[in-house]
Design a protein around this ligand. Sequence first.
Ligand SMILES: *[C@@H]1O[C@H](CO)[C@@H](O)[C@H](O)[C@H]1NC(C)=O
Ligand SMILES: *[C@@H]1O[C@H](CO)[C@@H](O)[C@H](O)[C@H]1NC(C)=O
Ligand SMILES: *[C@@H]1O[C@H](CO)[C@@H](O)[C@H](O)[C@H]1NC(C)=O
Ligand SMILES: *[C@@H]1O[C@H](CO)[C@@H](O)[C@H](O)[C@H]1NC(C)=O
Ligand SMILES: *[C@@H]1O[C@H](CO)[C@@H](O)[C@H](O)[C@H]1NC(C)=O
Ligand SMILES: *[C@@H]1O[C@H](CO)[C@@H](O)[C@H](O)[C@H]1NC(C)=O
Ligand SMILES: *[C@@H]1O[C@H](CO)[C@@H](O)[C@H](O)[C@H]1NC(C)=O
Ligand SMILES: *[C@@H]1O[C@H](CO)[C@@H](O)[C@H](O)[C@H]1NC(C)=O
Ligand SMILES: *[C@@H]1O[C@H](CO)[C@@H](O)[C@H](O)[C@H]1NC(C)=O
Length: 829
Amino acid sequence: MRGFFLLFLLITSSSFLITISTSTDTLTSSQILTTNQTLVSSNQTFILGFISETNSNIYLAIWYKNINPRTIVWVANRDNPLQNNSTNGGFLKIGDNGNIVLLNSSLDSDNNLVWSSNQTTLTKNQVFLQLLDNGNLVLREKNVNDPTKYLWQSFDFPTDTLLPSMKMGWNFDKKTEKHLTAWKSTGEDPSTGDYSFKIDFHGLPEIFLWNDEKIIYRSGPWNGERFSGVPEMEPDTDSIVFDFSSNEHGVNYSFMIGNPSIFSLLVVDSSGGLQRRTWVESSKTWTTFWYAPKDQCDDYKECGPYSVCDTNPNPFCVCVKGFSPKNEQAWKLRDGSDGCVRNINLDCESDKFYHMENVKLPETSSVFVNMTMGIDECGDLCHRNCSCSGYANVYITNGGSGCVMWFGELVDIRSYFDVGQDLFVRLAASEIATVTPAIDTNGKRNVTPIIIATVIVATIIIAACTYFLWSWASKRSAGSGQTPQENQSASLIRDVKQVKIEDLPLFEFKNISTATNNFSSANKIGQGGFGSVYKGELPDGLEIAVKRLSRASGQGLEEFMNEVIVISKLQHRNLVRLLGCCIEGEEKMLVYEYMPNNSLDFYLFEPIKKKVLDWQKRLYIIEGISRGLLYLHRDSRLRIIHRDLKPGNILLDGELNPKISDFGMARIFGGTENECNTRRIVGTYGYMSPEYVMEGLFSEKSDVFSFGVLLLEIISGRKNTSFYNHEQALSLLGYAWKLWNEDEVVSLIDPQICNQEYLDDILRCIHIGLLCVQEIAKERPTMATVVSMLNSEIVKFPRPFQPGFIQRQIERRGEPSVNRVTVTSMQGR
Ligand SMILES: *[C@@H]1O[C@H](CO)[C@@H](O)[C@H](O)[C@H]1NC(C)=O
Ligand SMILES: *[C@@H]1O[C@H](CO)[C@@H](O)[C@H](O)[C@H]1NC(C)=O
Ligand SMILES: *[C@@H]1O[C@H](CO)[C@@H](O)[C@H](O)[C@H]1NC(C)=O
Ligand SMILES: *[C@@H]1O[C@H](CO)[C@@H](O)[C@H](O)[C@H]1NC(C)=O
Ligand SMILES: *[C@@H]1O[C@H](CO)[C@@H](O)[C@H](O)[C@H]1NC(C)=O
Ligand SMILES: *[C@@H]1O[C@H](CO)[C@@H](O)[C@H](O)[C@H]1NC(C)=O
Ligand SMILES: *[C@@H]1O[C@H](CO)[C@@H](O)[C@H](O)[C@H]1NC(C)=O
Ligand SMILES: *[C@@H]1O[C@H](CO)[C@@H](O)[C@H](O)[C@H]1NC(C)=O
Ligand SMILES: *[C@@H]1O[C@H](CO)[C@@H](O)[C@H](O)[C@H]1NC(C)=O
């Protein structure tokens, strides 16, 4: 009876409103939009319509028309969903007071109101709704011709996505604020989640990423070009222009794209990651250009007051020059959160300032700022006021401008390798006098093993390294005379000039010798083609792994330099950390953090040990490796191809966190190069891609191939290279492909982890693995896509084509480097 009544009302009320029929970008007061209808922006870029993600709730949302998978950029009623099962569904129209209203019944009644723009006071007939090509849904007045004047706009109510030309920030006059808030669950539940990205204007404006009430990341203040803590923000990429403005009326942050056909956005995902993503039409994927927090040092206040977070030394936290750990015990246990305290109390009058370079400026919530003051005047003023603890330029543009002075503790500082800002920290005069020139510039660890070299030694080392690299680079280019190679040598030489070898801690030979018990065989944990690996312990208890190059190995020297150059520039939680090096006479050594859990092959291929690796751990390892590799390919400031990815080069720390190691083979790519040709095929058979083995061609896609092999090995618990137990002489890839085609792929799964509960996840990973090992490099996904696939951001996968190397290892071609294989036996660095 009630249903009939509602139906009756529906029919009667519908007669007043015309439902829209064709694709249009506007909705007038006489029209109504129902759940099966959409508005499409005039250039067919965006759609407004009703969506129902995985549950029965219906939301009014905006998404890209031509991007598949559907990418939703705005949700109107995120916290007031409509029920899909409700009798009438959803209705969008212009209400009597000129607002847009979303109703769960076509009847105008407060009871049926689900969501409203809740702003204007005009009457219904004077307004219309329009979806613009930039994704903005606007309410406009009919007889106002200015197309930029809106009564209401969706851009004022962001959900989790910042689109080009959309502004976030504050309007102090109107006391309004705009920020991004993540979905509760990406791709499933758009309701307000825990993570938000919000501008704070106390002190210098900065953007903070919050988890509920807790800050987890800080962008650092705007320095005229970018945020102090986001060195990756390079204005010229994709013709993106970042715009940050603040004055007494408010603060705005936005970005613009020069070419409107490029889709780019900033999004906070439901797991608390902030990502700048760009749509790549050729591969039909979103590529993540930048994300935060990207490593431990991005975590807010990872290191306490007056300490600097630096991803290179271990522990990460290093006291600022003139300060020592407040809590020595905790500090040794790698907990730097208590920070550091002054060694010598300040005197005020006689105090001096210590110059730190390449840092993210400390938090600015209690600072004094004068934008017209220069750095000298700033320093004078700070010096005269005894409670001023430090000062810096606000902007880096035009050689530096503006003055910011800190009062109180300096917190959340991190250092960068070759970018960042200058900071002047107040110290007792006697501290400044003791600064040793060559090392320790950033207040690096001052413990015994990291030896303070004199300027002379450092100079000799730089000269020696440059010479080694020079001879190596010229040897390489001498072989071919091709332009790519020349470019590459040139770029490598440019890189080595940028590597300030004195930035990398130097260890003294005698200290390493002591740490490793005179390189005793009991301490030896691995043997490679170009040397041995020893476990050692420094006097402060820190465990290290030392790679000592054999004196005779010329080839090892190249790899040594390569590794120093490549790894000293990298910072990521899924890459092994180089603590320093040692070059004395004939001795060349690399010192790493020690990994108590050996390498992945140590677990994966041992029947007893592999029981430790349940599916969740394996998935965690897969995800870690994929992120580390993505960082190498895309997110680090250089583009790096690892070229020797295999289980032996995935080290596991105490918590089984995977860390990619061994950059001896890695190649740095110039900005525009995508593919390179080499005569010297290095790497490990079974993991190298067909185009690399056959033609010496390597690119990011050859690493993707190796990753695919690794992934299938992790799932099957079997080694690709030693796959003898199948009658048809198939390789692991061939076997996987055969099972895939026979719909039997479940039998590929390691019985240890084959559990109905996780079967879908495992099968999804096998599918990704097969896509990665496809014979044709072009068909393989990029690591960015792989990461999205693993995160389920991409749900529809293409069907894989035949993998490369389906037969068991064919005859070796090219010039294999045999000794690489022996490095695999290296354990537990
Ligand atoms: C859309 O929904 C309306 C009522 O809910 C219905 O009358 C109409 O047939 C539907 N149109 C399509 C194309 O499904
Ligand atoms: C819409 O497309 C036309 C033609 O391609 C172009 O000139 C115009 O700038 C586009 N407008 C917007 C808002 O993107
Ligand atoms: C409502 O649910 C049905 C199936 O449960 C689905 O086909 C339909 O698309 C949903 N409606 C909307 C607007 O998403
Ligand atoms: C829709 O379904 C949900 C869960 O199945 C139920 O709780 C709710 O009452 C239903 N709503 C309507 C309007 O039928
Ligand atoms: C519409 O929503 C209101 C408020 O949530 C609710 O009271 C009413 O029952 C709903 N009506 C229908 C037809 O679902
Ligand atoms: C908008 O809605 C909120 C609550 O939903 C209400 O408190 C406020 O008064 C409304 N504002 C206007 C202008 O109607
Ligand atoms: C921020 O943007 C708004 C809207 O475009 C503008 O009115 C305001 O002046 C801007 N504020 C600043 C500080 O640039
Ligand atoms: C900022 O510094 C300039 C130059 O010293 C000075 O003239 C001006 O008064 C200062 N402004 C404020 C607000 O202190
Ligand atoms: C130092 O600066 C602080 C903050 O600007 C101010 O409150 C204090 O009065 C200053 N002290 C002196 C001695 O100038």
